[in-house]
Design a protein around this ligand. Structure first.
Ligand SMILES: [Zn+2]
Length: 593
């Protein structure tokens, strides 16, 4: 296989020479020189070709003595890989790839370790994630007392006028699992405004200072697509769901450009340390793109980024004429992200039938779906302009409605390679798997949510609906393409946790060691593929990355253990030894940087 690959690489060298020849030809014609110099040109080119056929250009980097899982079905495993500039040029045995070794070639002896394509996280909130690395950490607070104590501590060091934000709290880890209130926060925070978010991003709790700043009182009506949680007297408790949270976000001072650059750099370093070589940033602000663009110019992006701003702003992209996956290998735009509903945890996911434990509640359609025809209209226009559609849909009816709209878009705008996406695709109606496949919709899913929500999901939606929750296997059985990610900072960015979650479905509370709805488990190979090729396909980059294949970008990772062989339980402890992006080592675990 190494020889074939070399031939392919040489083919592109021939092509380069061909182009050079065409240039010489044009040049000759321009200066009207005769046939003799032209023939001379042939001779020079001929000898150059012969020369290159004998001496393969030396690789910049070779990784050998490796156990490579390529995610390329034509040759799934290999021992070595050669990289020239930012591309993979050969994949094969140590001997085959050794032909690419020259005096200046750097060689990494992998010592038999597993090498995989770099992970591509199909759904992150990269700037929020980077900021959260510096925010108060509430996700692992296991009691309301601990939640309050950490906020109190943060309040002591927060400068006057600054907000306490982020947090990612999770009340399901407390006993009892009650929503936090402003009364818990006020005594320890005083005038410091606090708006700490639930980890799913679909709810936050404000203290009185924050509610005052936002002008939220007992008289404030619930905005469309949002809920101001109230006590029996009608006073806001501080908890704000979905669109109601925007009332507070509107008065939070925006991140400065410097804040954003700082958050992105934190996020890039974190991603590199975890083997995440590409991310797809959902619901990005334009200011995020400006910061990425600046870092791109400075060659400081160590993770490749695809950005999807909000669908409500699709006209900005269509005005410029940007289309799906526009940009270079490090920074691309051309997708938009819409929201159909809320989340299961916040009881705002939109279902055909009520929640099992709150019989009057079927969830909430988002403000973008008020009315639903507004969403359909935006989709039709954005798609007609060549923009890729990614839509957050979690409850079965929300998913079904989005599939209806996608079907309308395909019908009205014609069949093209548009790669519709549904983000999360958590709770499927049995009737919709076939439609998902027929429309070619990609299920962009986050396996870690399954082992997290799996702790309590059944009590909210019952056994039948839970059986089609995070239905990885059923999707694959229906030939639906999966793209895996994390939704960081909703869940940890570590891809090993995602692979672990997809193949064990062992809930975080330890109560389902053999898997929560175990029929939906994936194999390691399937999970890795969804996290590499699947995600690359979801961003129109499957020809550029997603597998260790000659010609593709040299994005790969060397990991500490063979996840195909070890006890699945141990996959969550696997670390990344080296992360390579575009042929450059961007994380060296052994060197600690
Ligand atoms: Zn998200």
């Amino acid at each position: 296989m190494g020889a074939e690959v070399e031939e392919a690489a040489l083919g592109s060298w021939h092509l380069a020479f061909g182009t050079q020849f065409a240039a010489i030809l044009v040049f000759c014609m321009k200066i009207r020189i005769g046939i003799f110099p032209l023939a001379f040109g042939f001779v020079i080119l001929g000898s150059a070709l012969l020369h290159s056929a004998q001496d393969v250009p030396a690789a910049d980097l070779i990784i050998d003595h490796a156990n490579i899982w390529t995610v390329d079905s034509t040759h799934p495993s290999a021992q070595a890989v050669a990289i020239l500039r930012d591309r993979i040029v050969a994949v094969g045995t140590d001997a085959e790839v050794g032909a690419w070794r020259g005096p200046a070639t750097k060689v990494i002896d992998a010592g038999g370790k597993l090498v995989l394509p770099g992970f591509n996280d199909s759904h992150v909130h990269f700037v929020t994630g980077g900021s959260q690395l510096d925010n108060v950490q509430l996700n692992d607070a296991t009691s309301v007392q601990e939640f309050v104590r950490r906020i109190a501590e943060r309040a002591k060091t927060t400068p006057k006028g600054s907000w306490i934000l982020g947090g990612d709290w999770d009340e399901t880890k407390w006993t009892p699992a009650e929503l936090p209130t402003k009364e818990m926060l006020d005594p320890v925070t005083g005038d410091t405004p606090v708006f700490v978010s639930r980890y799913d991003g679909h709810m936050g709790v404000a203290n009185s200072a924050a509610l005052r700043a936002a002008g939220i009182t007992a008289q404030t009506p619930d905005p469309p697509g949002g809920v101001i949680v109230r006590d029996p007297k009608g006073n806001p408790t501080g908890a704000l769901k979905d669109a109601a949270a925007d009332l507070v976000f509107k008065v939070v001072p925006p991140l400065t450009h410097e804040d954003r650059l700082h958050a992105i750099k934190r996020a890039l370093a974190h991603a590199a340390s975890l083997g995440v070589t590409s991310v797809q940033h959902m619901s990005a602000d334009y200011a995020d793109i400006a910061a990425y663009s600046e870092l791109r110019d400075r060659n400081e992006l160590t993770t490749r980024i695809y950005v999807a701003p909000l669908i409500t702003e699709y006209e900005d992209l269509t005005k410029v004429g940007v289309r799906r996956a526009f940009g270079d290998s490090y920074l691309r735009i051309g997708a938009v992200k819409g929201f159909a509903d809320g989340s299961l945890g916040s009881r705002t996911a939109y279902f055909f039938e009520p929640f099992s434990d709150t019989p009057n509640n079927r969830g909430l359609l988002s403000d973008e779906m008020q009315p639903p025809s507004a969403m359909r209209d935006r989709m039709l226009k954005a798609d007609a302009a060549g923009i890729q559609l990614c839509t957050h849909a979690i409850g079965d009816q929300a998913i079904s409605m989005i599939l209806d709209f996608y079907a309308d878009v395909a019908k009205q705008n014609g069949m093209i390679d548009r790669r519709f996406r549904i983000e999360h695709a958590q709770h499927m109606a049995a009737k919709d798997f076939d439609r998902f496949a027929q429309l070619g919709v990609i299920a962009s899913m986050q396996p870690y949510h399954a082992i997290d929500d799996g702790r309590w999901a059944e009590s909210r939606i019952g056994q039948d609906r839970a059986s089609r929750t995070y239905a990885f296997r059923t999707f694959l059985d229906h030939h639906v393409r999966l793209a895996f990610g994390t939704d960081w900072d909703v869940a940890p960015l570590n891809p090993m946790l995602g692979v672990y979650a997809a193949i064990t479905r062992a809930t975080l509370d330890g109560k389902n060691p053999n898997g929560w709805f175990p029929k939906q488990k994936l194999t390691v190979a399937e999970a890795v593929e969804a996290y590499t090729m699947g995600s690359a396909y979801a961003e129109f980059q499957d020809k550029e990355k997603g597998s260790i294949t000659a010609g593709k970008l040299a994005d790969l990772v060397i990991v500490s253990n063979d996840i195909f062989k070890i006890d699945p339980v141990k996959i969550r402890d696997v670390t990344v030894l080296k992360t390579i992006v575009g042929g450059k080592v961007v994380w060296d675990g052994e060197a600690g940087k």
